[in-house]
Structures are given as C-alpha cells and as structure tokens.
Ligand binder design. Structure first.
Ligand SMILES: Cc1cc2nc3c(=O)[nH]c(=O)nc-3n(C[C@H](O)[C@H](O)[C@H](O)COP(=O)(O)OP(=O)(O)OC[C@H]3O[C@@H](n4cnc5c(N)ncnc54)[C@H](O)[C@@H]3O)c2cc1C
Length: 636
C-alpha cells in the first residue's frame, strides 16, 4: 500500500506543477447561481434565544453551532425549514473574540474548561483541563487561528481506513470551496510569505490570510532558518499543498483581511457562514442558549432507526420542548459532546447504556471510543535578549500564535532510519491497555490503525510540529504531536444533559507516542541553542526555561514531558468515520450506522489526527457534508 500511495503522490505532484492559477468562481458559480434562482429574494437568517416564535417541525435540524455549522447554507430546502440549535450564546459583537490579536487564552464568554480524569504524569498522574468553545462559532470563535490542512499522505490514510471518496484529490475541492485566500502582498512576500494558487479557493466564506503586516518578521525569519538547521528542512511556499512533511513555512491564519477597512478580523465559522450579508437565508433559524438533550427516534425500515426530532432545554435550565424533523438530524456538537448526545439518545454500547438506565435503541460500541487529541509541549518560553527587543522580534501588541511552523517527518526527527524506528514502534505496540479502557473496540482496530499510521509516516506524513510565537519578554517555541496512536473515550455518567461527559484522553499511553514526545522536547531545546533564533535569546535561555538540555538522558526528558505536556485541544474521532467492524460510528456518507437520517458532521468523525490544526480541514468536512446532504435531498 505504501508503494501505491507514493505513486499517487508523485502523480499528484506532477499535476500540481502543470496546473494554472485556480479560478474558484468556476467551481462555486454553478451552485451559487442555482441557489439564487431557487431562493429568490434572500431574507435574513433568524437568530434567537426565544422558542416561543419557532415552528414545531423542520426539515433539517443541526445540533451545535460550532465550526462545522455550514451544513444547510446551500440547501434550497433549508432556506425555509432549517433549525440550528447552539448551547452557547451569540457573541457577534464581542471584540475580544473578533479581534484576532486578543492575547491567546484570554477568558471570554465563549471559553470553557472541562476537567479530565487524571492522566499519565511524572509522579503517576496529572490533572489536565480540556478547553473548548461554546457560543456561535464554537471553537473557531476562540481558537488560535493557525491555518493548517491535512496532508496528501494523511488523507490517503483516511481513505485507506475504509472511506472511499475521502482521499486528498477528492477532499481538496471542498477545502477550496470554503476558503477566500488572500495572497500575500508585496511587503509580506518580501518578508518570506508565499503560496500555491492551485490549492486554494478565492471566493469561499472563510477568510485565510497572513497577518497584515507580518507580526514579527525578524523573529519569523530566524525561526525558519533555525528549523531548517535542526531538522534539515527546506522552506515551503505553502504548507497547505498536501506535502507538509519535511518543510517549514510562514503560517497563514483564519483571518479575514478587509481591504476597504485595511483591518484584520477573526474568521470564525459564525463570521464566515452566519453573520455576513451574503450568507443570510430566509427561514434558517438558529436557536441559541439551548442545548439538545436527545435525538428522538422510531423504528425505521430494514431494522434501521429513524430520527423524528430532538428534545431541547434552555442551557441555563428550564422546561424541555421538542421539535420534529422531516428529513435529517445533523449532529455537530464537536468531539467532546456529539457522542454524549448519541449516548443519551440510546445510541452506543448497549451494555454501557443499560448501566446508566438508558434503553438502547442501537447497539453501536464505537460511540465515544477511538477519541484522540494531540499533545502539546506548551510550557516553553525563552527570555529575550535585550538587544533583540524590537517590534520586528516581539511583535509589539500584535501577537499571534505560531507564525512560523516546522513540520518534521520521521526521518527529519529520528535520522535516516526514522521511519523504520517508528514503524517498528507502532507495529509492535500492544493493544491490551487501549482495549481494556475502551479506547478501541477490538484488537483488529488497533493493529489496522497502527499499520495505516506507520504507512503514512513512511510516505512523508509529518510526525512533529514545532512552532514559534513572538512576545514582549519571551519568545515561545512549542511542539505538537501530529498522528498519535493512544486512544481515549468520551462517556456520559448521567442522563443529565447539563453535565459534562467524562473525557479520558489516555495521552501517551502507547510507547511510540512517548518516543515521539521525547523527540519533540529535544527539538524545542535545540531551537534555544541554534542560531539565528538563539541569537534573539539571552545566553542562558535554555537553563532559564527548565527544558532539558542536550546532555539530558531520554529518561530525564521523558519525566519533563510527563510533568509539562498539555492537551493539544484538537479533539477528534469520538464518532469515527470508519468501518463498523473496527468501531466506526458513521459511514463515508457521515450517516450513523443503523440509522436512516442521522448524520454526524464535526471533528468527531475525523478518524485519524491527520489535521495538524483541524479547523481548515473541518470546513472541508462541512462543505462535503453539505454536498452529500444536498445530494440526498435531491434524490428523495
Ligand atoms: C483553545 C483552542 C485553540 C485552538 N487553536 C486552533 C488553531 O489555532 N487552529 C485550528 O485549526 N484549530 C484550533 N483549535 C481546534 C478547533 O477550534 C476545533 O478543532 C474545532 O472548533 C472543532 O469544531 P467542531 O465543529 O467539531 O466543534 P466545536 O467548534 O467545538 O463546536 C461544537 C458546538 O456545539 C455546541 N454544543 C455542544 N453540546 C451541545 C448540545 N448538547 N446542544 C447544542 N449545542 C451543543 C458547543 O457549544 C459548540 O459551539 C483550537 C481549539 C481550542 C479550544
């Protein structure tokens, strides 16, 4: 399989080199024209937190107003009969969220933390918090806006897992469709920004651009050069072209740059798909401040079940009420909450559901298993040298996270035998622990996923991400794992819909992940010692930081990793798109196995952590889901 994937990759590369500049209008024009004809005069989308004016029945109901909320926007039927329900509030005019330069991590009305059960730590266990967004826009309203895409090898791996139609060539057009890419201007180009026009979209709802101007050009240049030296990488014009392995690049963000105002604004999904004038849809109603308790079902044809509606309640507490659905329910509450809704609805592991007093309507053991997150070494900041204290290094008051990103493959990170080392590590991993905690549903799932992951690394899938962030007193160098094998679970422990589920990440419980984490830490240390980046730091920067130096043993580095790692907050895969026999929950059409009309469309369906930062890929998932929903609607 590795050979075929490599050949595919070369064919694609040749096509890319021969392609001309992409004109996105050609792709979207037909759809937009068709919509205008069908819609007639477009009226405003109705956003409310008051249920008294709502209808009792809708054709489509979308649960969750997060990153993947575009499902109905182009559906002609939805223009009259679509209801979206979001647990959080409407924060349209909240400048803390809209200003992309608000310091990352600033508390806001959209930012929430969930306590995870104790995770692996240096003294046994550690308590970690899982941060997530809850308002219109979900995580896209609070995230760091780092704009990355899955790689070619990554999407081929998703397809190889049993998902025809999800390989890179099939998936790319949907990512393009979602995007308005703002090519770098002359000043940004002079500072090193570049792009491949052939892989971008230019008239979609989501703005993607480099910060204007560059936030810290001198630091960015130093980060690029140092990464080249540490990992033997080369500068890529664009990490979004599918060949991310073994490159470093200036990063673009989910930022909409307004040419008229000459101002940057966060491109959340709410500001992309909901608020703009061009996105207004008569009859599309969005109910905020209400949470979905259950999807109501009845027995359907051929032993399947059919959704008949949803039951909701005010998020602050109060009377429940139900809405009927005549076509589909699309569950999009994110990887932390979508499995909870299915479980409360009686869809999940039957034995587990019965233990909570829930009557199972569908025995689907994969619901809430296969959960993944990437780990982050985020407690790394190096003191700035006084001589480097210029805004070209510190960014002044315009800080953005990860303005330079390096992606290292197994060979870059571990040396010439890197892929063999990692392949052996993955293939020899024992399934016992993961199986015992329910992270996978059977041993075959574990070995299949391990083999597919190893193959992706063998092609050129990045194994480690290293990224640089400017600051007024320190420069931060963080590292993130990309394709972990450790698997966790999302399980409710009560039928109370206001209670958070128990989300057990089981970070670093597979040794191959730990070996990669040790390499991540080594790379972070090297950055502090390798010019030109180290020239921007005080001479004792590494010692000041407590990051283990080059003389530390692997055991010492391991301890430091266990004491300091944090969640990557890129939660995925708790309703995996993969064969049911491997613990899959949804088919490649995103339909929940055993149902006629319940789809899941959010990060919970992404079966492998091939999205280094998920959001741009998730917009592709959203566009593909919308396309499939439209197709079904057209045929019924
Ligand atoms: C702090 C942080 C930083 C991040 N940085 C980046 C980054 O730089 N780049 C990047 O690409 N990605 C980043 N991410 C990840 C990215 O934001 C998420 O992967 C993405 O938002 C997931 O989208 P989703 O649609 O699956 O879920 P979400 O965006 O989480 O949306 C789910 C929505 O469903 C709602 N909901 C939940 N339960 C219910 C219910 N019962 N009824 C109704 N509604 C419900 C929630 O309130 C939420 O609004 C970051 C995430 C966080 C938290």
């Amino acid at each position: 399989m590795a050979y075929e994937m490599a050949v595919d990759r070369l064919t694609y590369q040749a096509q890319l080199q021969n392609s001309t500049t992409y004109t996105a209008c050609e792709l979207r024009g037909v759809i937009l024209i068709a919509c205008s004809i069908l819609l007639g005069l477009v009226q405003a989308t109705f956003i409310t937190n008051d249920t008294s004016t709502l209808k009792s029945s809708y054709e489509f109901i979308i649960v969750g107003g997060g990153t993947r909320r575009s499902g109905c926007r182009e559906s002609p039927v939805c223009q009259s009969y679509c209801l979206g329900v979001e647990r959080g509030s409407d924060q349209m005019n909240n400048d803390l969220l809209n200003d992309p330069f608000t310091t990352f991590g600033t508390p806001s009305a959209c930012r929430f933390n969930m306590d995870a059960p104790p995770q692996l730590g240096s003294n046994g266990t550690r308590l970690l918090q899982l941060t997530h967004g809850s308002c219109l826009g979900g995580g896209s309203s609070i995230n760091a806006m780092m704009g990355s895409r899955p790689t070619f090898a990554g999407m081929q791996a998703v397809e190889a897992l049993g998902n025809p139609g999800w390989g890179w060539n099939d998936f790319l057009p949907f990512m393009q469709k979602s995007e308005t890419f703002h090519p770098p201007n002359a000043e940004q180009r002079a500072d090193g920004a570049d792009y491949f026009a052939a892989v971008h979209g230019f008239d979609g709802p989501v703005g993607v651009s480099f910060a204007t101007p560059f936030v810290a050009p001198a630091m960015q240049a130093a980060g690029v050069n140092t990464s080249e030296i540490i990992y033997g990488l080369s500068l890529s014009p664009d990490l979004g072209n599918g060949f991310s392995g073994g490159h470093v690049a200036h990063y673009y963000e989910h930022i909409h740059f307004n040419e008229t105002l000459q101002a940057d604004r966060r491109s959340s999904s709410a500001w992309s798909y909901l608020y703009p004038q061009s996105q207004q849809r008569a009859g599309l109603t969005v109910l905020t401040d209400h949470l979905v308790d259950v999807v109501l079902t009845k027995a359907g044809s051929h032993g399947n079940i059919t959704a008949t509606g949803i039951r909701v309640q005010p998020s602050a507490g109060g009377q429940s009420l139900s809405f009927n659905v005549t076509r589909e329910v699309v569950v999009s509450a994110g990887a932390l909450y979508s499995p909870s809704i299915l479980q409360r609805s009686g869809i999940g592991n039957a034995t587990f559901l019965k233990s909570l007093g829930i009557t199972p309507v569908l025995d689907l053991p994969g619901v809430g298993s296969n959960f993944q997150d990437q780990i982050l070494l985020s407690n790394v900041s190096y003191p700035l040298s006084p001589s480097a204290n210029t805004t070209n290094v510190t960014a002044g008051d315009k800080t953005l996270l990860g303005v330079v990103v390096a992606h290292a493959t197994a060979t870059n990170a571990f040396g010439p035998n890197g892929t063999d080392i990692i392949q052996a590590g993955l293939l020899n991993s024992s399934a016992d622990f993961t199986l015992s905690v329910g992270g996978i549903v059977n041993e075959e799932a574990f070995s299949t996923i391990a083999a597919i992951t190893a193959n992706a690394y063998r092609i050129d899938h990045p194994i480690i991400e290293l990224f640089y962030t400017p600051g007024s007193e320190v420069l931060e160098v963080w590292s993130q794992s990309i394709l972990p094998l450790s698997r966790g679970t999302v399980r409710i422990n009560t039928t109370d819909p206001t209670a958070d589920p128990i989300v057990n990440t089981h970070f670093l419980t597979v040794d191959a992940d730990m070996q990669i984490a040790i390499r991540m830490a080594r790379g972070v240390a090297q950055a502090a010692l390798t010019p030109p980046f180290s020239d921007l730091l005080t001479p004792d920067a590494l010692a000041q930081s407590n990051v283990p130096g080059p003389d530390a043993t692997d055991d010492q580095v391991r301890d430091w990793v266990l004491a300091t790692y944090t969640p990557g907050v890129h939660f995925i895969s708790s309703n995996s798109m993969m064969p049911k026999a491997l613990g899959g929950v949804v088919s490649p059409e995103l339909l929940v196995y055993g149902t006629t009309n319940i789809r899941v469309a959010d990060a919970s369906i992404v079966p492998l952590s091939v999205f280094p930062h998920p959001t741009l890929g998730l917009y592709g998932v959203a566009e593909k889901a919308a396309h499939m929903i439209l197709q079904t609607a057209a045929n019924t």
